[in-house]
Design a binder for this molecule. Structure first.
Ligand SMILES: NC(=O)c1ccc[n+]([C@@H]2O[C@H](COP(=O)([O-])OP(=O)(O)OC[C@H]3O[C@@H](n4cnc5c(N)ncnc54)[C@H](OP(=O)(O)O)[C@@H]3O)[C@@H](O)[C@H]2O)c1
Length: 245
């Protein structure tokens, strides 16, 4: 897809990987709507950086724990930006818990934010797309969901669900010319500065012997959006070979 005059909505786009993907698309001529939950200042700052690249940007809030917020997000983004061509489902929660410590409430929140939100947003996005206009949905998955283990338990299962959702939506939306793909990330960014030591140790266990970078995530996103016109239902692993060990 040629990106000039197109509009992408990036959920969780104020900071970290969402911000990197937003700026990457903007740098290639795409206008971008940044969805945020708590990071209002960062979202507006990212919109400023997007506009410095010569394209348009908007910031729209929504709490994905609320179905009402979720159902409002696509109409609000359309009202602001006038059109939507690309949806990147990146917002996520990542609570530390195992099989035994996962509570009913944590289970529900993981399924809500990491799985139900991408479903409801994709459904609204597809319904709003004018006939004969191509669309693109990209879901952010996790390499650990490809080989589930006993940590970040409900998060992992939500991302297993998101893999299924990606493939099911690719099939359901193919005849509307909406391509749906996923990126299953390995170790890209530490959770915070306290996590840096663990993060560095993890790097030594990765077959390519290093962590990945936001720039590599952006390059893969640009491939899926700009070049992969005949690719749908695909999950690209960006994990330095972590899924092999
Ligand atoms: N970072 C990595 O190394 C890595 C590895 C594997 C997979 N991934 C996947 O890649 C994606 C991006 O990763 P990341 O590390 O950049 O994500 P992140 O920082 O953990 O979260 C992204 C955003 O999700 C939003 N969010 C959280 N709860 C929300 C809620 N209730 N409603 C709406 N938005 C909510 C937050 O927005 P606000 O800040 O505005 O509140 C947050 O900034 C995620 O889907 C993640 O699972 C990342």
């Amino acid at each position: 897809m040629e990106l000039t005059e197109k509009v992408a909505l990036i959920t969780g786009g104020a900071m970290r990987l969402g911000r990197a993907m937003a700026l990457g698309l903007a740098d290639h001529g795409c206008n971008v709507v940044i969805h945020y939950h708590r990071s209002a200042d960062e979202a507006h700052q990212t919109v400023g950086e997007i506009e410095q690249l010569g394209v348009k940007g908007w910031a729209v809030p929504a709490d994905f724990n609320s179905d009402a917020d979720l159902l409002n997000l696509i109409p609000t983004a359309l009202q602001q930006a006038g059109r939507l061509d690309i949806l990147v489902n990146s917002a996520s929660i990542f609570p530390r818990e195992d099989f035994f410590t996962t509570t009913p409430s944590s289970w529900d929140q993981n399924m809500q934010v990491n799985l139900k939100a991408p479903f409801l947003l994709s459904q609204a996005f597809a319904n709003a797309l004018p006939e004969n206009r191509p669309g693109i949905i990209i879901n952010l998955l996790d390499a650990i969901a490809m080989r589930p283990k006993n940590h970040h338990f409900a998060y992992t299962i939500s991302k297993v669900g998101l893999e299924g959702l990606t493939k099911a939506m690719a099939y359901a939306l193919a005849d509307k010319n909406i391509r749906v793909n996923g990126m299953a990330l390995g170790t890209i960014l530490p959770i915070d500065q306290h996590d840096q030591g663990v993060f560095d140790r993890l790097a030594r266990k990765i077959p390519l012997q290093r962590t990945g970078s936001p720039e590599e995530v952006v390059k893969t996103l640009l491939y899926l959006v700009q070049a992969a016109d005949y690719v749908t239902g695909e999950i690209i692993r960006l994990d330095g070979g972590k899924h092999l060990v």
